[in-house]
Every structure is written in structure tokens, then in C-alpha cells.
Design a protein around this ligand. Structure first.
Ligand SMILES: *[C@@H]1O[C@H](CO)[C@@H](O)[C@H](O)[C@H]1NC(C)=O
Ligand SMILES: *[C@@H]1O[C@H](CO)[C@@H](O)[C@H](O)[C@H]1NC(C)=O
Ligand SMILES: *[C@@H]1O[C@H](CO)[C@@H](O)[C@H](O)[C@H]1NC(C)=O
Ligand SMILES: *[C@@H]1O[C@H](CO)[C@@H](O)[C@H](O)[C@H]1NC(C)=O
Length: 432
């Protein structure tokens, strides 16, 4: 008895020490990683069947951002060049005994390397595979009638964009739904090079010109990038690494991104790049990126969310047809954010601005745009009435235009009649 107790205490002490030694506050960091937040920090582990009296789940339509991925080619090169050089600079400065980094921190840096090939840019990672398998398992447990265990190509529809990460996400998702034999027989809809449903914005010339390539879109982000808060942050990150120069914004942004990626990829490993941040500086970087997504993918410009009628229309069409009973679409952050905006969700009281940080904002990529982010609509038959249930990140939400979570399907069809009947991609997107 006492022996076990001593062992137990020893373990506690060791755990405590390693925690203190790295001085990482994973709880602080993990809430502010923005679009690189892994889904395991956000998912809903309660997978109890979702029931309503006298109702039956008959259909599901779900759109899912691909799971955790590798960085872009540019950031992979940045890891191998900028960060690799910085690693040696940090080791050098701290070895002279002046740096603030402790032995354990320096070991993390010594061991750190970047061996990702640029050919694998944006590929789905092992963590991304796990995210998809487990998401599928939980959704099936919640809605066993709409999501059957046995695969039948009449009941299921799977579609992904023409990218490795979305395609692999779909594949691992089906592995979570069916047994091996079944999942090998799954038929996927052909991936389209020009997909005006799953990636409507990519080929919307008007949006590309007026929003994406319009410098005005990035005005608030740039303003915040030059703010006193950001300058303090650059100084703070440089100090934490023991440097006697001030890192550039570009470099600190890269450090923030790689801190996020490495936290996502490894469940039990701390990225040395996260050591540069404290509570204040990580929130600064989070807000800097939220400003970009807000103005690019959110409420900043009408056309940004108008065009998301393309994907919402798809949901209404599929729900109103006979089959399939389960539709799973695999797409991107840009698709999900614009759809959330079209649905009037996570709207701040006023536009996000670069001259003042909105601490209370509900528009927060760390929550609404993490890897494997997802939005599901489930059609319930309740006696003779059809109702629609909405889930975001696997949690039931109430749409702003509904009185209840389980909302009348007729009401929604009426509310969104313009999105359904007045949504023509070429009309909307042609340049005048
Ligand atoms: C889990 O989800 C079910 C169905 O939504 C709910 O009834 C139950 O209260 C939840 N359990 C917990 C512990 O939150
Ligand atoms: C990293 O850079 C080194 C030297 O610049 C190069 O030899 C190596 O191939 C690069 N590695 C990768 C994975 O790109
Ligand atoms: C899977 O399919 C193979 C070949 O059709 C069959 O021999 C095997 O029994 C199947 N396994 C299961 C678990 O259904
Ligand atoms: C932040 O630093 C930049 C570059 O050093 C400078 O141009 C800018 O005026 C500073 N901003 C503030 C608010 O101090």
C-alpha cells in the first residue's frame, strides 16, 4: 500500500517537474492557436444518441473542413531556412549563459528539425486521420438511423474537393463509419477541378477581384500589425528566446504558425516554438489572424457570404429529395466560414478593427475554424412535421432565425428562399 503511494507521489513529482521545467502553459497556448487548432481540443466527446420525443433522425447533411495538415510550401521552406537558422542563434545566445531558456528548453531546440518535403505541402497528417475516424464514429452513434452501419451507395453520398487533404479526410471518415470491407467499396463523387459548390469562392471572379485581391480587405490586419500591442509582442517573443535583436513580424507569424502545427501534430510533445509566447503575445497573434479571416471570409463584405448560398442551396436540395440519407462533404476553412456567416452565426456587435482588440468577440478562429471544423444539419421527422437540427463542432446550436434548436424545416426554407431560388454562381460572380 505505502509502496504504491510512494510510487504515485514520485510520478506526481516527476510530472510536476517536467511541467515546470518546460514552463509551457499548454492550457494557455492551446486556446489561441487559430485555424491551426487541432480538433481534439474542441470536439464533443458526448456521443450519446440524440433523441427528441416522437421524432426520428431521417437524414443528415454535413460539411467538414479537412483534418490537421502539413504547412504550405512557403512555410515548409520557412521552417527549413528561417526557423532552422533561428534555432542555432537561440542555442548560441542561451549557451553564453545570458539567455532565459533553461536546459530542457534548449534540449527541445537541439532536437528540433524540419524534414518535411515541399512535395507534401498541405497533406493530411496522422492526427488528421484520427480526427476523421473519430468524428465519424461519434456522429454515427448520435444519429444511427440517418447514418447506417452498412454501406450502400444509395444511402450515402461522399464528396471532396480536388485536394489530397480533403480526399484523404473523406477516406478516413468512411473508415470510421464502416468496417474495412465496406469502406473499400465506397463510391465517392468525382472531385471537380472547378467546384462551384464546395469551393464556390475560388472561381468567383468578382469576389477574387473585389475582396481577395483587394488591399482594402487586409487594412485592419495591417493596422494591427503596426500597433503598439504588436510591437510589444515582437519584443516579448525575441526576449523569451534570449535574442538581442527584435524579430520581424513575418518571423513571429511563422513561429506562431509552426507552434500551432506542431501542437496539432503531436499529442505528447511540446513545440519549442511555443516557448516564445505568453498569454499576452499569443492573444495578439490570434487576433491578428482573426482580423484577416473576418474581413476575408466573414462579415466584412456582402459578396463573401452571399456566394455561400451555393453550398446552403445544396443542403436544402438534398434534404428535400428522396435519397441519400447521409451526405458528407469535405472542404476547406474558406467554405465553412462563409457558410457560418451566411447563417448569421458568430457575428460580432460591430466589425473587428485593427486599432482596438475585441477581447469578447465570438468570431474566433480558434473556436470556429479549427482543423476538422464541421457543420451538420439533421432532418427529423416528428409525427408529420419535418424539423431541422443544427450542430456546429458536434454541439447542438440554435440558428438565429429559429426559436428553438429543433427548427421547422418549412420555416427555414421560407427564410432562405432567396438563397435557394435566387443563387446563380455566374450571375453573382461575373465582373461588371
Ligand atoms: C450527452 O448528450 C445527451 C444527448 O444530447 C444528453 O441528454 C446528456 O445529458 C449528455 N450528457 C452529458 C454528461 O452532458
Ligand atoms: C533544407 O535545406 C537544406 C539546405 O538548404 C537542404 O539541403 C535540404 O534539402 C532542405 N530540406 C528539405 C526537406 O527541404
Ligand atoms: C471481407 O471480404 C472478403 C472477400 O470478399 C471476405 O472473405 C471476408 O470474409 C469479409 N470480411 C468481413 C468481416 O466481412
Ligand atoms: C511599431 O513598430 C514599427 C516598426 O518599428 C513602427 O513603424 C510603428 O510606428 C510602431 N508602432 C507603434 C504604435 O509604436
Amino acid at each position: 500500500m505505502s509502496r504504491y503511494f510512494i510510487i504515485f507521489i514520485t510520478i506526481v513529482i516527476i510530472l510536476n517537474q517536467s511541467f515546470n521545467a518546460t514552463n509551457l502553459k499548454p492550457k494557455d497556448i492551446r486556446n489561441y492557436l487559430g485555424t491551426r487548432t487541432p480538433y481534439r481540443f474542441k470536439n464533443n466527446k458526448n456521443d450519446t444518441k440524440i433523441k427528441f420525443p416522437s421524432c426520428k433522425d431521417v437524414k443528415i447533411w454535413m460539411i467538414i473542413r479537412h483534418g490537421t495538415r502539413l504547412p504550405s510550401a512557403k512555410d515548409i521552406v520557412g521552417m527549413n531556412t528561417t526557423l532552422n537558422n533561428l534555432k542555432y542563434e537561440i542555442l548560441l545566445k542561451n549557451k553564453q549563459g545570458k539567455g532565459p531558456l533553461k536546459k530542457d528548453h534548449l534540449k527541445l531546440f537541439e532536437k528540433w528539425k524540419s524534414d518535411i518535403s515541399v512535395d507534401e505541402e498541405k497533406y493530411l497528417t496522422l492526427e488528421g486521420q484520427d480526427e476523421m475516424i473519430q468524428l465519424a464514429e461519434r456522429m454515427q452513434k448520435r444519429f444511427p438511423n440517418a447514418i447506417k452501419h452498412k454501406y450502400n451507395n444509395k444511402h450515402f453520398k461522399f464528396k471532396y474537393t480536388a485536394t489530397q487533404r480533403a480526399q484523404q479526410s473523406a477516406r478516413y471518415f468512411t473508415l470510421g463509419l464502416f468496417d474495412k470491407n465496406n469502406s473499400q467499396n465506397v463510391i465517392y463523387e468525382p472531385a471537380l477541378k472547378v467546384d462551384t459548390t464546395l469551393r464556390f469562392y475560388k472561381h468567383c471572379d468578382k469576389w477574387q477581384k473585389q475582396v481577395k485581391k483587394n488591399p482594402n480587405t487586409y487594412k485592419e490586419q495591417i493596422l494591427y500589425g503596426n500597433s503598439h500591442e504588436m510591437n510589444m509582442t515582437l519584443l516579448s517573443v525575441s526576449k523569451k528566446f534570449g535574442l538581442d535583436r527584435v524579430l520581424s513580424l513575418d518571423t513571429v507569424v511563422l513561429i506562431y504558425k509552426i507552434c500551432g502545427y506542431e501542437t496539432s501534430w503531436h499529442k505528447y510533445f511540446s513545440s519549442p516554438w511555443c516557448l516564445g509566447f505568453d498569454d499576452f503575445s499569443i492573444k495578439t497573434l490570434e487576433y491578428y489572424h482573426d482580423l484577416k479571416h473576418y474581413w476575408l471570409d466573414g462579415y466584412g463584405h456582402d459578396l463573401t457570404y452571399h456566394q455561400a448560398c451555393m453550398i446552403l442551396k445544396n443542403m436544402f436540395e438534398i434534404m428535400s429529395k428522396d435519397s441519400p440519407t447521409a451526405t458528407f462533404l469535405f472542404a476547406h476553412s474558406g467554405t465553412l466560414l462563409k457558410l457560418l456567416t451566411h447563417l448569421h452565426l458568430y457575428k460580432p456587435d460591430s466589425h473587428l478593427r485593427g486599432d482596438i482588440k475585441d477581447e469578447q468577440r465570438v468570431w474566433r478562429a480558434s473556436d470556429i475554424d479549427c482543423f476538422a471544423s464541421n457543420l451538420a444539419f439533421v432532418l427529423f421527422k416528428c409525427n408529420d412535421e419535418e424539423k431541422l437540427l443544427t450542430l456546429h463542432q458536434e454541439r447542438i446550436i440554435k440558428l438565429p432565425m429559429c426559436n428553438e434548436e429543433l427548427c421547422s424545416f418549412e420555416h427555414l426554407k421560407d427564410y432562405f428562399k432567396n438563397s435557394i431560388h435566387n443563387c446563380d454562381h455566374s450571375d453573382m460572380c461575373k465582373l461588371d
